[in-house]
Design a protein around this ligand. Structure first.
Ligand SMILES: [Zn+2]
Length: 581
């Protein structure tokens, strides 16, 4: 989802930014143009990382895979709900089809406490339930391992309203420019259980997809994921029912509904010698701008198929759906609200794509590969969605505008790295490790590329990882093993430093006469190679914890290539003493 940089541009932060800029400017004119590198870099990490949020019972129930959840594997969701727009109220049922992975007599599903549970039915029995926070435990008659079974959950209520979508999830009850209802929902991180009952863990996607039937006021058009199967009218009650269906596994938070005065905008894409259709939905008064602006989606899809393999959901289609919030990666129904402008999107920073693409359209489409097809096994590894989406942006810029522009893009982004927490968070706690996963995640990929120093191997790693794990779940360790297998080099300590501690490594260096001293201040055993320029000639060094030195000619101009490697630079005259000791 979601570019997370929002807070960075919060008005208070802008004041802070202006203040810090003024201070830097004064410092600059006071001390002159010091050649010290890395001035424009990320925030310096504190000595100790900040704490991860405290584990609550709700986190454990939602985030862990306890026996009441591992005892069944969801095959299909059939969602059927009536949406009362005036009352902001929903009522309906969900049929969960699953296979029993173990013999069991009790299972857990998830539904927000705010919603009223009307009953759980299995084989014509109304089953006994007990609630704990947002989890519901159901007593089943004995179900045997290997059984396929379907049970129905009836419920209703006024779902949570999103305060700041897509960052804070919930229903978005908006009006369009003509004052007509314009409704959507976003729930990544908050959980789909805020509006429908399910097994709400990222690791269990319904293998056979989902069917969604929404009954809505007749004047509104309803858009959901996948293909539209049916529209039926209830003239007496002035309602219409829309049935949409996806045939593929889908992340729970990707299932969505949008209501509005939508029209469809058809487009076609030629790929691998065949023609596929794109079927976007936008508000009626945006039909013409969408027809033109959304043409770029084809270029974006071609890019992703070239670098990361086929789009996985052609049978469910690809579409962009206009919404009132910024956007979300809802699978096969990517939502869009970025102002129809490649340079000046809704958020100012989405202009940092040099006009070649709508950054929001690109980012959310990136998740069709990184997130929706290749999914993190636990939200603690969210960088696999977000870091790879941002790194894909850099790759697209390089593909279109060349290497140096890509570096410029990443250097600008680098200022947003906070370094307060490790990127990979605690597992099994429903901890959605957003934070630095976006930019630092991308910067780690950029760093690895230069450590490996062989573009053919590097881009082959990324593509084969994406292709081999399409429609699958992966962890940070899976990616590490992939890199090790493709390079024959053990990157474990490098991964540990970057993903599991809050600090990037610090390169301490000092130039003295004909000597250049250097060492890593990093985790034990860290020996990542980096490149430096000595009088304009690139040279690889392999710093370790111990001070090393190279011979140089006097007054050599040395540049540590920190535009290729994520690190903190520290000029340290004490290295001479350390070397002597
Ligand atoms: Zn994202």
């Amino acid at each position: 989802m979601k570019f997370q940089l929002y807070n960075y541009y919060h008005p208070n932060n802008i004041i802070k930014l202006i203040r810090s800029f003024c201070i830097q400017f004064i410092l600059l004119i006071t001390i002159g143009c010091n050649s010290e590198q890395n001035r424009e870099t990320m925030a310096m990490p504190p000595d100790e990382p900040e704490s991860f949020p405290k584990l609550t019972e709700r986190n454990r129930l939602l985030g862990d895979l306890l026996p009441e959840r591992t005892c069944y594997d969801v095959k299909h969701y059939m969602i059927n709900m009536d949406i009362d727009v005036d009352k902001k109220y929903i009522k309906g049922f969900v049929d969960i089809s699953a296979s029993a992975e173990e013999n069991f007599t009790s299972l857990q599903f998830d539904l927000a406490r705010k919603m009223k549970l009307n009953g759980v039915y299995y084989l014509d029995q109304n089953l006994k339930t007990a609630r704990k926070k947002d989890a519901v435990f159901v007593e089943f008659p004995d179900v045997k391992k290997g059984d396929n079974f379907t049970f129905r959950i009836e419920y209703e209520g006024r779902p949570l309203e999103a305060k700041r979508p897509p960052w804070d999830g919930g229903f978005v009850w908006e009006k369009d420019k003509k004052g007509r209802p314009y409704v959507s929902v976003a729930c990544e991180g908050d959980g789909a259980g805020l509006w429908w009952p399910l097994k709400d863990h990222i690791a269990d996607e319904p293998d056979d997809g989902a069917t969604m039937t929404f009954t809505v006021p007749e004047e509104l058009f309803c858009v959901s994921n996948g293909r539209l199967l049916d529209i039926s009218s209830d003239i007496k009650n002035k309602k219409k029912s829309y049935t949409w269906s996806v045939n593929n596994p889908i992340n729970n938070y990707n299932i969505s509904v949008q209501l509005g005065h939508y029209v469809s905008v058809l487009d076609t894409i030629n790929r691998n010698g065949q023609t596929d259709t794109l079927n976007h939905y936008v508000l009626d008064y945006h039909e013409e701008v969408a027809r033109n602006h959304f043409k770029q989606a084809k270029k974006v899809i071609h890019f992703f198929e070239k670098y990361f393999g086929d789009y996985q959901w052609w049978d469910d289609g690809y579409k962009l759906v206009e919404v009132s919030y910024l956007g979300m990666e809802h699978q096969s129904a990517v939502t869009y609200g970025n102002n129809w402008d490649n340079w000046r999107g809704t958020r100012s920073w989405t202009s940092k794509y040099y006009g070649i693409v709508d950054g929001l359209l690109f980012h959310e489409t990136a998740h069709e590969w990184w997130g929706n097809s290749i999914t993190a096994i636990d939200p603690a590894h969210m960088w696999i969605h977000e870091g790879m989406a941002v790194y894909s942006e850099a790759m697209f810029i390089e593909d279109q505008l060349g290497y140096n522009v890509m570096v410029d893009f990443l250097l600008d982004k680098r200022k947003g790295i906070r370094n307060k927490l490790p990127i990979v968070g605690p597992r099994n706690q429903n901890y959605w490790a957003f934070g630095d996963s976006y930019i630092k995640g991308a910067w780690i990929m950029h760093t690895l590329r230069h450590v490996i120093d062989d573009d053919q191997i590097w881009f082959n790693i990324l593509k084969s990882f994406a292709v081999d794990n399409a429609k699958g779940h992966v962890s940070t360790e899976d990616f590490l093993n992939y890199v090790i297998n493709h390079t024959g080099y053990n990157y474990q300590i490098i991964f540990y430093q970057y993903f599991y501690t809050h600090k990037p490594p610090t390169l301490e260096y000092y130039q003295d006469g004909t000597q250049f001293f250097y060492l890593w201040d990093a985790v034990s055993g860290f020996n990542m190679p980096i490149d430096i320029n000595v009088n304009g000639v690139e040279r690889r060094i392999v710093p370790t914890k111990d001070v090393q030195e190279i011979e140089i000619s006097e007054f050599s101009v040395i540049r540590v290539r920190d535009w290729e490697f994520l690190m903190i630079l520290k000029n340290n005259p004490d290295l001479i003493k350390k070397d002597a000791s």
